[in-house]
Design a protein around this ligand. Structure first.
Ligand code: FES
Length: 143
């Protein structure tokens, strides 16, 4: 079985929303290259896509973290306004109508959204804090 790489907990992606991550993917020559992806959610289903518009390859979030249209129903490319379904990644209006965001396979494991079978470099660049860092240290004092 291939290694799972947890990118965040399921509760960290709101229903009907999208969240972006920049991972580091290892290239065939051994170098690491930033790899922006996004995760969308519809109900309890999660979908992963490369954050690269099929029109001209731009990141959808021209303004970092802004993926949705004003009503919050669809993914929108900030470059020329193409709109995509949250679950299929298919562009239904815009300059790349009929084309689809490249899918990234997700595995849900014990409440975590994970990637499988992808050669990732270190976690550098992941845009979320390690939840372990938020746990306060317990100090036992006596007087
Ligand atoms: S690059 Fe996304 S619509 Fe043109």
């Amino acid at each position: 079985m291939s290694t799972l790489f947890a990118i965040c907990a399921t509760y960290e992606v709101d229903d009907g929303a999208a969240r972006g991550f920049v991972l580091q993917r290892r290239e065939p020559d051994g170098s690491a290259k930033p790899w922006p992806i996004l995760v969308t959610r519809k109900g309890n289903n999660f979908y992963g896509f490369e954050n690269a518009c099929p029109h001209q390859g731009a990141r959808l979030d021209k303004h970092p973290g802004e993926f949705m249209d004003e009503e919050g129903n669809f993914l929108v490319c900030g470059e020329h306004g193409a709109q995509f379904d949250l679950d299929t990644g298919q562009c239904f209006i815009g300059p790349c109508q009929g084309r689809t965001l490249a899918a990234v396979e997700l595995v849900i494991d014990d409440g975590d959204i994970c990637l499988s079978g992808i050669d990732l470099d270190e976690e550098d660049g992941l845009d979320i804090d390690d939840p372990e860092d938020d746990v306060p240290e317990v100090q036992i004092t006596s007087d």
